[in-house]
Design a protein around this ligand. Structure first.
Ligand code: F0G
Length: 453
């Protein structure tokens, strides 16, 4: 691989355009850092053809329903099944797919009672092939990387993006380069990247440092950047909202609540909601709210202190390592969709995250800590009266329980918050493992004790 890329493959396609989110400049191609050549801001994908003739919403719904009966790989993907609202491929065979999407919508009756709402659902993106929502974006972005002729894909990551990118690059016959903050991502995510064959660099910095370096690297070397700055990622992630609304019979919930880190996912879901309303697929918008960890609350502060006009960066710290991000790249996109849908932005403490995660686990669902901010945030939004006691809510659970076993084990063993008082509020949720001699009486005694508790 040479260090410069005069003949690096470009990103070009006809049926969509790139639009700068700040100056509105339209373009048929994008630079490798996916930034506007005029003002340097982020790009989004737009479909000019919709201006002349919008796709018919009833036809779209029946096409998507009919594809569920098909056995072709592109239709078996819960992302490409909605390809009418995605950048077009010349040939269905081009899609690199692991049958992503198709994730369950679970009802959470116990968590609904705890939060004080009548109906609470979890759209579980942790049930994707590599265990997180990243796969829905990665299938699209990796496909366009290969289509544009790139041999290398690269990302900065708190873990899930790297696992997903490594898998899709491998499936697509590409190499991948991962930049992760040393010591700050879970072993299970790191192990995925290694197994899928990525060149994995643990950099002595944080996520924000990794992303800064990647942005420079893509201008120096012909590597395709697969962070959520890449607008193809967000197009794929949009399908979460399409699939959700289809599962709800196209009846929008009152609220959708999503964790916020680099803010790509909230931006993608918001874009989908606005497009669905524009195309007449839904009649009204759910409110989209973003929840952050208190120790990584850049968007909360940006909206409160910067009135959503300037980014207030923070030095991030949280045990929910997936969202340990202080300088979120997509803050402007997220601020826009929150405003457009009338959503809220809240922050939750480490203790509230751990408690909510255990409550979701106790329903037999489970998720990783970053996903649990949604339930913790919902409780706050109900208390504040922002979510009313009659309203239907969907939490987006972004990652699988198995993504961060250390957090879960530390929690149940009582090693999380050991030195901080929590007034016993977590005790009923803890189920520590019990070490015993292999003796029948001992096990029966444990069973009897448990029955009484
Ligand atoms: N939840 C999980 C499980 C994540 O992995 C991430 C982000 C988020 C929520 C936040 O989503 O960044 O779109 O606001 N993880 C990235 C990564 C940054 O590298 O895996 P976001």
């Amino acid at each position: 691989m040479s260090s410069t890329s005069p003949s690096a493959p470009g990103v070009r396609q006809a049926d969509f355009q790139f639009r700068c989110i700040a100056c509105g400049e339209l373009s048929g191609s994008a630079r490798q850092d996916f930034r506007c050549t005029g003002c340097g801001d982020l790009l989004e994908i737009t479909y000019p053809a919709w201006k002349q003739s919008k796709p018919d919403p009833d036809e779209l719904k029946s096409t998507w329903r009919n594809r569920k009966l098909s056995r072709s790989p592109i239709d078996l993907s819960g992302v490409w099944r909605f390809r009418d609202l995605l950048p077009a491929l010349e040939d269905d065979q081009q899609a690199i797919t692991l049958r992503e999407g198709n994730t369950p919508l679970y009802e959470l009756p116990q968590c609904a009672r705890i939060a004080g709402v009548p109906r609470l659902f979890a759209k579980h993106q942790g049930m994707n092939p590599t265990g997180s929502f990243k796969d829905t974006g990665m299938t699209v972005a990796a496909t366009f990387a290969r289509r544009a002729g790139f041999r290398w894909a690269a990302c900065a990551s708190t873990g899930n993006t790297s696992a997903s990118m490594a898998a899709y690059a491998a499936r697509g016959g590409m190499r991948s380069l991962v930049l992760v903050p040393e010591g700050k991502i879970s072993w299970s995510k790191l192990s995925q990247a290694l197994d899928y064959g990525a060149v994995t660099c643990q950099l002595r910095t944080d996520f924000d440092g990794c992303l800064r370096l990647l942005q420079q690297l893509v201008l120096r070397a012909p590597v395709y950047q697969l962070n959520s700055i890449n607008p193809f990622r967000l197009e794929g992630q949009k399908t979460l909202a399409l699939e959700l609304l289809e599962q709800l019979g196209w009846e929008p919930p009152d609220h959708i609540i999503v964790p916020g880190g680099n803010l790509g996912n909230s931006s993608a879901i918001g874009k989908a909601l606005l497009e669905m309303r524009e195309l007449g697929l839904i009649a009204r918008l759910p409110k989209l709210s973003v929840i952050q960890a208190e120790g990584a609350n850049a968007l909360v502060r940006t909206l409160r202190e910067g009135a959503g006009k300037r980014l207030v960066s923070v030095s991030a710290d949280t045990r929910a390592t997936a969202i340990r991000i202080g300088n979120p790249a997509s803050w402007k996109k997220a601020a826009h969709v929150l405003e457009a849908t009338g959503g809220a932005c809240e922050q939750v403490t480490e203790l509230e995250i751990a408690q909510a995660k255990a409550e979701i686990g106790a329903e037999g669902i489970g998720c990783e800590p970053a996903s649990a901010v949604t339930l913790a945030g919902l409780k706050k939004l109900v208390k504040q009266g922002f979510v009313e006691p009659s309203e239907t809510v969907v939490l987006v659970l972004t990652g699988n329980l198995l993504k961060d076993p250390d957090f879960t084990i530390d929690f149940h063993r009582g090693e999380l918050f050991k030195d901080q008082g929590h007034g016993g509020s977590l005790d009923a949720l803890r189920h520590p493992p019990i070490v015993l001699d292999a003796n029948l009486d001992s096990v029966v005694r444990i069973l009897e004790q448990a029955e009484k508790s």
